[in-house]
Unconditional design. Structure first.
Length: 136
């Protein structure tokens, strides 16, 4: 008789974005939905490292403490973290917070050109990225 894990295609990824500011990020997944889905996937045979979760990093006004809490929330569940750095997406409410030049120039939509953090935040950003990599 086949086991449930025999049907697992390998890996599953989904976007939590943030465990704490659901309204700002569209409310795609609540913490309760996230925990139910995680449990169901693990019960179906997915093992540690086969369930990946995307978290947003650098939303305008997002406190670094929120990012750390979200990372720890996912780590506590034994899931793999992928940090997705915020980049300006024209036409979204978040993009409207930026000056027109940033919305109109495609090169400025790239987070490598215009990171959402100040220079003084970078040591903490590197620490948070290392914390997220500990899930891999």
């Amino acid at each position: 008789m086949p086991r449930s894990q025999d049907f697992c295609a390998g890996r599953v990824f989904w976007s939590l974005e943030s465990a704490w500011k659901l309204i700002r990020t569209g409310g795609k997944v609540t913490p309760e939905d996230f925990e139910r889905a995680s449990s169901a996937l693990q019960s179906a045979g997915y093992r540690e490292g086969e369930i990946g979760v995307y978290l947003m990093l650098g939303l305008p006004g997002q406190p670094l403490e929120e990012i750390e809490r979200s990372i720890r929330y996912v780590l506590d569940r034994g899931l793999k973290i992928f940090l997705a750095e915020y980049a300006i997406v024209p036409g979204t409410p978040e993009a409207e917070k930026f000056p027109p030049a940033f919305r109109e120039e495609p090169l400025l939509h790239n987070n490598s050109i215009y990171p959402a953090f100040s220079l003084g935040d970078w040591p903490e950003i590197y620490r948070l990225k290392a914390l997220a990599r500990s899930s891999q």
